[in-house]
Design a protein around this ligand. Structure first.
Ligand code: DQA
Length: 147
């Protein structure tokens, strides 16, 4: 059974209360419950981690190497600035889907640039909390297509 990590970056611990008009009212704990249930129904195992610290996110990405099959990453604002996170994904050689709750392309110009997208299989954004389960489905089909 494929195993994945769903990794959330800075400020996503405040999901549900942080700018709900942009990010919705679903909490990170709700997201994790949804994903856990979805993992059971599509035959995947799922782990979760969240950190507000770039180095801790890098450590979490490194720890997937050779151990897990996929990474779903909402790197928050580090998406738009972190070459180090991009390099961590390349170093871990882990198939990665970049995820955002909001449609970053409909927002400020500085959110249009992503370092993660350069090393990602694909990007899902704009579907709110539902994006996490969409990303799990996308990861499952990506892993199956690779055989
Ligand atoms: C976000 C979008 C980022 O631009 C922002 O900095 C976030 C959340 C999203 O999920 O929509 O923290 O990644």
């Amino acid at each position: 059974m494929p195993g994945i990590l769903i990794l959330n970056g800075p400020n996503l611990n405040l999901l549900g209360t942080r700018q709900p008009e942009v990010y919705g009212r679903t909490t990170l704990a709700d997201v994790e419950d949804m994903c856990r249930a979805h993992a059971g129904s599509i035959g995947m195992t799922v782990e979760f981690a969240q950190s507000n610290h770039e180095g801790a996110l890098i450590d979490a990405i490194h720890a997937t190497r050779g151990r897990l099959d996929g990474l779903i990453l909402n790197a928050g604002a580090y998406t738009h600035s972190s070459i180090a996170l991009m390099d961590a994904i390349s170093s871990a050689e882990i198939p990665t889907i970049e995820l955002h709750l909001s449609n970053v392309h409909a927002r400020e110009e500085f959110r249009h640039k992503s370092y993660i997208a350069r090393v990602a299989v694909g990007v899902i954004c704009g579907f709110g909390a539902r994006g996490y389960t969409l990303a799990m489905d996308a990861m499952k089909s990506h892993l199956e297509s690779r055989g």
